[in-house]
Structure formats: C-alpha cells, structure tokens
Ligand binder design. Structure first.
Ligand SMILES: [Zn+2]
Length: 135
C-alpha cells in the first residue's frame, strides 16, 4: 500500500491509525482539514479512531514532515499533506473555506522587498482573510 511506504519513508512505524489517517488525507477532496474534520470523516467511514489519536498522529506527521500545519486566525489549526508546490492561502472569514493560490508577481515582489532591506528570503507564509463579494 502506498500509505505504508510513505510512513516508512518518513521514519514512522506502520500502525493502523496512521495508515487510516494518511489514507483520509490522501483521498479527501478537501486538502486542508482540521483534526476534527479528519475525525468526523473517519467516523463517517466507519473507522474507530478516537479524536485524541487523530491529534497525536497529526502531530507525529507534522514532526515527520508528512503534513504542514496552518494556524489560520479563524478557528483551529488545519493540516495539509506536504506534497505540493509552494502556494499561499486565502481563508474565508465567514465559512472558513481555504483557497489556495500562487502568484508569480507576488513571489517576485516579496523577494525584491526582502533584498531591498538587505536580506534574502528563507520562507514565507501569506494568508489573505477574505469574504464573498456582496455577502
Ligand atoms: Zn494549501
């Protein structure tokens, strides 16, 4: 199973909760899930994994570099698989929906601004808080 390989590659032992949670993250349409989201989805799929276990496993995944945790201002932390290209996020302040975007111009300008201040860019995390137009 692909999840077993992913776990081993990340230096984690293969356990049932880890496999189930990784599968959930791999197969979910929603790329950004809170621990509660993961827990609910597992319950709906008839999997018996407790919320405390979900929290613990997600934290282990984060330490192992399998997932990235985002602490957006609105609500609780969300997790996404650390498999993609760099992107930034916008978060709807009403619904909590998370939208990914990438803008080469913004990326370029950030590097320029940092350079103008005598630094080089190591990392960045841009979050735009938004709401639906007219709502
Ligand atoms: Zn994302």
């Amino acid at each position: 199973m692909v999840e077993n390989q992913e776990l081993r590659k990340a230096g984690l032992k293969v356990t049932l909760p880890r496999v189930k949670i990784l599968q959930m993250l791999d197969n979910s349409e929603e790329r950004h899930m809170s621990a509660e989201d993961v827990y609910k989805s597992l319950m709906e799929a008839g999997e018996d994994v407790g919320l405390a276990t979900v929290y613990r496993v997600l934290t282990q995944f984060e330490s192992a570099g399998l997932v990235v945790r985002h602490n957006f201002d609105s609500g609780h932390a969300v997790f996404e698989l650390a498999d993609g290209e760099h992107h930034d996020h916008m978060v709807c302040v009403d619904s909590g929906e998370v939208i990914e975007f990438f803008d080469p111009e913004i990326e370029r300008r950030q590097k320029e601004i940092v350079r103008e201040h005598g630094f080089e860019l190591v990392d960045h995390n841009l979050v735009l808080y938004v709401k639906k137009k007219g709502a």
